[in-house]
Write a protein that binds this ligand. Structure first.
Ligand code: CO
Length: 222
């Protein structure tokens, strides 16, 4: 009997064979353990796959994705992923990756009702309210979208930094940095939002600096 997902299964066979041909020990080595240096917190959007767009093979990035790359302090899923990544895998970097043209962000700007997900997107709504004046000053909706995508990534970085797991890691001297990026669907390029936090005391200045730099840019850079 042929599976309705036969095209995917066939693709998997081709991929596995090609990987094996390239390096006969690839899966063997990977099966023993994972030791990724990075935790990626990104959007569920199908156009923003983690390892592929930074040109890394499986095994290099631990991944958490949800609609609009939100880090909510009540989300057991995301908190558990951060805890496992920091305490067990001991990743050295956590990257919050927003993307321009995010549908979740756009739904917030349009005040569109989509269903249950509206409750989740309230977190992005909070970011929009916090930066209301900045967004209101932009005349084009596409610019407002781009800016809110950037602001959301920066704000979610602060949420990561304020988790007990990350604060405890810094407290015991563990090497760990948290970063904000925003990805452009238009050309496949990543934008570094210049927010890099490597200690509790660095959070506030890094946030202010990144925000100032962002607001100095005449327009968002989709
Ligand atoms: Co998105």
């Amino acid at each position: 009997m042929t599976s309705p997902l036969q095209n995917l299964l066939d693709g998997n066979r081709r991929w596995s064979a090609a990987m094996h041909a390239e390096n006969p020990h690839f899966f063997e080595q990977l099966a023993k353990q994972q030791s990724p240096k990075y935790l990626w917190i990104g959007c569920s959007d199908s156009r923003v796959p983690a390892t592929q767009i930074v040109d890394l093979p499986p095994g290099e990035i631990f991944v958490q994705r949800n609609v609009a790359n939100v880090v909510a302090h009540s989300d057991l899923n995301c908190l558990s992923t951060i805890q496992f990544a920091v305490d067990v895998l001991q990743v050295e970097h956590i990257i919050v990756v927003g993307h321009y043209g995010c549908g979740g962000v756009q739904a917030v700007l349009d005040e569109r009702r989509l269903g249950l997900v509206d409750n989740w997107l309230r977190h992005v709504g909070d970011v929009a309210e916090k930066h209301h004046a900045v967004l209101a000053a932009l005349d084009l909706m596409s610019l407002r979208n781009a800016r809110l995508c950037e602001l959301n990534a920066i704000e979610q970085v602060t949420n990561v930094c304020r988790t007990t797991m990350v604060m405890d890691a810094w407290e015991r001297g563990q090497k760990l940095s948290v970063h904000a990026w925003c990805y452009s669907l238009d050309n496949g390029r990543m934008h570094d939002l210049a927010m890099h936090v490597d200690s509790r005391s660095a959070l506030r200045p890094a946030y202010e600096q990144s925000l100032q730099r962002l607001l100095k840019t005449p327009r968002a850079q989709p």
